[in-house]
Design a protein around this ligand. Structure first.
Ligand code: FE2
Length: 453
């Protein structure tokens, strides 16, 4: 048989082939049907590819329990015989993922896409892992390897677009994203790449209009893509002072879709924190998020995620914050993992900075976060997401009355948020405190531009 992109698969059962296709297409288009591969793999335990994909899907849970859940599927996959070389690579990818051998997994993904450029699972998986370790040129390189053979696949261009964007090649990113949308106007990863491009260019009005015009495509997507694209739109609502739309977006599209899922949780944390830094009262919204995060226990699957869990636990004064901080300290000393340096040199300092910020110790928050910020990309996340940590640092500068340093940070932030309502309010305050009333008035006027509209 062949999969939906014409790649040969070792399969005799039509339902199994359909489950494999659902995973391939669901994974790259962010549709819940990707999970159909689980039942199919259970029903057809001899099918190596279906079982490898099921194991990979469980690992994408980003939870400490994931390797345990993936294990029976991986065992089935490894027992399978008669697989093609590409299918064997998928089984090996699942094994490396479960074993935490991420650098080797990335090498394998890249080699497989080179040999089979229409293998969209290996492309997506390679991008996922290179993104998580902050290797953005590798994200772009692996997406290039799919071309020109995958030129007809919109998602391949969406992935190329995000690779370009994370490399700060915005013009190339925009061209690739627009091209993806000419093939499939509903391609959500291309919408997402454009959200990043508009944000980085400071095109707040254009970004808002664009995302609002395509948001109807996201309602049936998995909770990550649904909530994350809305999260991007919410960032624009913060900038333009659209508080009612912002809170409605949070309540309807960001928090509440899959409350136990890592990405939904950090999206909520990141948005609540940003709303508060913008001076918005978020009511009791922290509690539900922190309740769900507290249930994760000492989860150090990813430094980028863990730091945001810590923020929520610290912000709500939960005892679990202390436990998680100890787990981070232990992880920073564990030299057996591939991401040891990211934990030791970056996440550990950021964690202490976040804990200090939660305790109201601004001096330590600034001191520790300053050590982490220059290398934060090594912990994973996009630069739009990592901006949360810049904002925690900025908040500590403002709270502690360091107006001169805050002015420097805020004026630089205007390059991508020129007329931002909260940004210019903070700037006006920093200028007032720095004895520059004229600049304060100019900033104050800018802070009212959006509100006047
Ligand atoms: Fe994003």
């Amino acid at each position: 048989m062949h999969d939906l992109y014409g790649l040969p698969i070792t399969c005799e059962i039509d339902a199994t082939r359909q489950g494999i296709d659902d995973f391939v297409h669901g994974f790259i288009s962010f549709q819940p049907k990707a999970a159909n591969v689980i039942d199919v793999a259970r029903a057809d335990a001899d099918n190596g590819l279906a079982n490898a994909y099921a194991a990979i899907l469980y690992m994408l849970l980003e939870a400490p329990i994931a390797p345990k859940l993936a294990a029976p599927f991986l065992a089935n996959a490894r027992k399978a015989t008669g697989l093609t070389a590409r299918e064997q690579a998928a089984v090996e990818a699942a094994r490396l993922f479960v074993a935490g051998k991420i650098p080797k997994l990335i090498e394998l993904c890249e080699a497989t896409v080179s040999a089979y450029p229409r293998d969209m699972v290996m492309l997506k998986l390679g991008q996922y892992h290179t993104f998580n370790i902050g290797d953005f040129p590798a994200m772009l390189r692996i997406a290039h390897k799919a071309q020109p053979e995958a030129a007809d696949i919109a998602y391949a261009h969406g992935m190329l677009a995000f690779g370009f964007e994370e490399c700060h090649l915005l013009d190339e990113a925009e061209a690739a994203a627009r091209h993806a949308l000419t093939i499939d106007p509903s391609e959500p990863w291309a919408h997402h790449a454009l959200a990043h491009i508009y944000l980085t260019r400071g095109q707040v009005a254009e970004g808002t209009a664009f995302l609002e015009s395509v948001a109807h495509h996201w309602s049936e997507l998995n909770s990550f893509m649904h909530s994350h694209n809305w999260w991007h739109l919410a960032l624009f609502y913060i900038s333009t002072g659209r508080t009612d739309d912002l809170l409605k977006t949070y309540d309807t599209h960001v928090w509440g879709l899959a409350k136990d899922y890592s990405q939904d949780q950090v999206g909520a944390v990141s948005l609540l924190a940003r709303m508060e830094f913008a001076g918005i009262n978020v009511g009791d919204r922290w509690n539900d998020v922190a309740d769900h995060i507290a249930k994760r226990g000492a989860d150090t699957v990813s430094p980028f995620l863990t730091l945001q869990y810590l923020y929520a636990l610290g912000r709500t004064g939960r005892p679990e914050a202390e436990t998680l901080l100890h787990a981070i300290e232990a992880r920073a000393e564990d030299t057996t993992q591939h991401d040891h340096a990211a934990w030791r040199d970056v996440a550990l300092w950021a964690a202490h900075g976040i804990a200090a910020h939660a305790a109201g110790d601004d001096d330590d928050a600034i001191r520790f976060l300053s050590k982490a910020l220059p290398r934060l990309a090594e912990t994973g996340g996009s630069h739009a997401q990592r901006d949360l940590f810049e904002q925690i640092h900025l908040d500590a500068l403002i709270r502690s009355g360091r107006s001169s340093r805050a002015q420097q940070v805020l004026e630089m932030r205007r390059s991508y948020d020129p007329d931002g309502v909260p940004l210019n309010r903070m700037l006006a305050d920093a200028y007032d405190k720095s004895g520059l009333p004229e600049q304060a008035n100019i900033a104050r006027k800018r802070s009212r531009l959006h509100l006047a509209k």
